[in-house]
Design a protein around this ligand. Sequence first.
Ligand code: ATP
Ligand code: MG
Length: 379
Amino acid sequence: MKVLVLGSGQLARMMALAGAPLNLTVIAYDVTSNAVVHPLTLQEQSQSLAQAIAQSDVITAEFEHIPEPILSLCAESGKFLPTPEAIRAGGDRRLEKALLDDANVNNAPYAIIHNRVDFDHAIAAIGLPLVLKSALGGYDGKGQWRLKTAAESDAIWHEMAQLLEQDSRQAIVAEAFIPFDREVSIVGARDKNGHIAVYPLAENVHINGVLSLSTAIDAPELQTQAHAMFEAVATRLNYVGVLALEFFDVNGELLVNEIAPRVHNSGHWTQQGAETCQFENHLRAVCGLPLGSTKLVRHTAMINILGEDALPTQLLTLPECHIHWYGKEKRAGRKMGHINVCGDFPGELQRNVCALTQWLDSDKFPAIHQFAKQFELTT
Ligand code: ATP
Ligand code: MG
């Protein structure tokens, strides 16, 4: 089968790699340059979007910020999965919040801001501190503000007003600041018959708003909560494909932070740690094939490589260490690849993550150095 993926980044690349053994051929569409490209080489194909749509059996997406005309065009073909509604909800925090409320899942109290009056109302209604997020176009913590004291409100309003002026469709979502204990996420798949298979939860460490370290964890009570919320959202959307839900863990109670209607960075560990990786399961779901097992087969953690295009080769001598490069040009802070580290049991995985600190600098990989320090304190 031929699968056209909207977006030509690392997620399309990893779908292509995972689909090949099943004879699922992926081609990618770069929405920035408007070109159909090979998902690994990024070489431009002599094909228009219309031709690619006509020649594909299924169309899906690797990200949610897809220009509306392209999304509508793909939806009209009747081949697009998951639903355009899911992509729109993932790309617009207003729709996302409405969806979460609709599906009856816990999320942070919020208000929508279009002007200064709304902003002042939000401060009065929700209280400080507030997290302010642009409704459209946010990712990796971009387009966000933290309002801690009333004294900062004029300066922050000034910046938000500029953003609102640039685009009449834009708005700001104000959320209560959640004093969470940790962040976790669930990645799972729903097939065309409504069958759901979820992976074990991942615990996520963000540094400067960007995911840095993600570890599959065994937390039965949280897993049950997350699974129920996953089911509620996926069913509400009549979703087909892989979907991710990010949560705040507050005293053992989960609140959804946001959803991602696609394969997710916190699911990259499944390439080494699960019976079937998230990329294969996404393709299986959208191609109408049975889902593969999401069982954990090895304790695994994922470390993002940000802004670096080379690592010490010695890492490859570590038997439990797997490097996945994305073939991208080096740019500061850019997601360039990731490392999956495994262990036969949780303690071994922890030791193997700590062992990486001898090769990876703390300024470039702060999360694993933090992890190693905590590990030393607790052992
Ligand atoms: P990403 O693309 O990495 O998922 P994003 O730009 O979509 O990020 P969010 O996930 O909404 O943004 O926020 C980024 C991070 O900011 C969260 O992972 C969390 O650490 C923190 N954060 C977001 N909302 C809140 C909140 N209401 N209370 C406390 N912290 C928050
Ligand atoms: Mg997020």
